[in-house]
Design a protein around this ligand. Structure first.
Ligand code: NAD
Length: 479
């Protein structure tokens, strides 16, 4: 009989009626495990358990919350090699990237363990004599968390850790492609001593268990990361229920390279930002905006560096670019490349399906040159190892093109000019700005999020996470 990893509902592991295999994108002959597929009843049970558990959890001491979060964070750090290997097997990023992501998840839990000890309020003098006013933070209640497949450990960590830190109960629905990391996190949290029902994991299809979460009026807030299309559904459902919502969605992040840039540094930023983690990062540098006089040096330098990238199995030591996550994403990437070619782009340095000795979803990274801002490749998020280059006259045109997008997650500039770097920081419409750094790669103690169609609601991460995971209460007292 197949061993099925279950969902965690009210402190019990539940196999549910169905299960599905977790397939390794580096080698589709390898089944990592079988994971339960929940239905709407499982989701309703999980929400009921969270509702029952939340009031007591919200009243636990900061020390108790700190200890559980710290225990979970330390276990993740201590097991980062093992957990990272599982992550690399199910998602396809390289072992090095996967272990680093796992360590990040552990650090995030430790950060919010500390934050549990620092939850504070304000006391103000009232306008009325003899009256006291104070402002305190309270838990929101039951938080629904919906996560994507591309950071199976770090994104759940940066939502679950603050949710628990501030006294909320959680129902989490991970992406279908990465149940393994979510299961590990649930197991670690439960053994760290969380009371039953405070954290619940319901695996399964977005259209079934995700939809059941959106429709349930007992959910007080939803934190979602994923595509813009799903984000729009989440937002609409939350509006219907007058429910708090936080959305982190796609990007089409520009990296501007000016004439005065350190060109080797700019190439490093572009290669890292565009292609590492197989380009499957919401902060990927997918639009490279380069001024005329450095354009050919920059493109030739990128192509040279791309020839040194090794596409292969996520666990092979010499692999720098793992496989694409699944067949559908691979087909999307190749379709975008064909569209770019059809619209007049030149495909340089790859963009082809390759064999790597095992059946997997492998493709070489692609640089598309001779593109213009109106081309599909510069307007829609590909979410793969595909970057386009746009040639511009000068800084002013570069800034205009950088802002000519519906997205606004992260933006980068490579320049040695303080004047342009400062102006870009102020003028680019993005939630995060990088100067002489890749657009991907952020710290966990500062806010993360974007503008325009990339994000909605308060920022994630760092102490600003309290804005989403708590509600303010203002109390007036005449003693
Ligand atoms: P997706 O929108 O397909 O899925 C995200 C999650 O939503 C999954 O758990 C999925 O099962 C669930 N879902 C799908 N349909 C649903 C429904 N009807 N109701 C409720 N839930 C539903 O996204 P994905 O393919 O998993 O992730 C890739 C996307 O995520 C990219 O657009 C990427 O840019 C974005 N992303 C954004 C950030 C960020 O912080 N801005 C970070 C990582 C990924």
């Amino acid at each position: 009989m197949t061993d099925v990893k279950g969902m965690l509902i009210a402190g019990e592991w539940r196999s549910g009626g169905r299960s599905s295999p977790n397939v390794n994108p580096s080698d589709t002959n390898e089944i990592i495990g079988h994971y339960a597929q929940g239905d709407a009843d499982d989701m309703r049970d999980a929400i009921e358990a969270a509702c029952a558990a939340q009031p007591r959890w919200g009243e636990t001491t900061p020390q108790a919350r700190h200890d559980i979060l710290a225990q979970a964070g330390n276990e993740i750090l201590n097991r980062s090699d093992e957990l990272g290997e599982l992550l690399a097997r199910e998602e396809g990023k390289t072992r090095r990237e996967a272990v680093a992501e796992t360590r990040r998840a552990g650090q995030i839990f430790l950060y919010f363990a500390g934050e549990a000890l620092r939850i504070s309020g304000e006391k103000l003098a009232s306008l009325r004599p003899g009256v006291e006013v104070d402002v305190t933070r309270e838990p929101v209640g039951v938080v629904g968390i919906i996560t994507p497949w591309n950071y199976p450990m770090a994104i759940p960590a940066w939502k679950v850790a603050p949710a628990l830190c501030y006294g909320n109960a959680v129902v989490m629905k991970p992406a279908e492609l990465v149940p393994g990391s979510a299961w590990m996190l649930a197991d670690i949290l439960q053994r760290a001593g969380l009371p039953d029902g405070v954290f619940n994991l319901v695996m399964g299809a977005g259209s079934i268990v995700g939809a059941a979460m959106l429709e349930d009026p007992r959910i007080d807030a939803i934190s979602f990361t994923g595509s813009q299309a799903t984000g729009a559904r989440v937002a609409a459902a939350c509006a219907k229920h007058m429910r708090r919502v936080q959305l982190e969605m796609g990007g089409k992040n520009p990296l501007v390279v000016l004439d005065d840039a350190d060109i080797d540094q700019a190439i490093d930023c572009a290669i890292d930002g565009a292609f590492f983690s197989t380009g499957q990062r919401c902060t990927a540098s997918s639009r490279l905006i380069v001024t005329e006089s450095v354009h050919s040096r920059f493109v030739e330098g990128c192509l040279e560096r791309m020839r040194g990238l090794k596409v292969g199995h996520a666990l092979d030591n010499d692999t720098t670019i793992g496989p694409v996550v699944d067949q559908q994403q691979l087909a999307n990437n190749l379709r975008y490349i064909e569209t770019a070619r059809g619209e007049g782009g030149s495909i340089r340095g790859g963009g082809e399906r390759v064999e790597c000795g095992r059946p997997g979803f492998y493709m070489t990274p692609a640089l598309v040159t001779d593109t213009s801002p109106q081309m599909t490749i510069n307007r829609e998020e590909v979410f793969g190892p595909v970057a386009s280059v746009m040639r511009v006259r000068d800084y002013e045109e570069a800034l205009y093109v950088a802002n000519d997008t519906q997205f606004g997650l992260c933006a980068g500039i490579c320049t040695t000019s303080l004047k342009y770097a400062s102006h870009f920081r102020r003028s680019v419409r993005a939630g995060m700005v990088m100067v002489n750094l890749p657009t991907a790669g952020v710290d966990y103690h500062v806010p993360f999020g974007g503008t325009k169609a990339s994000s909605m609601g308060p920022r994630e991460q760092g102490r600003h996470a309290a804005e989403f995971y708590t509600v303010l209460k203002t109390a007036y007292v005449e003693p």
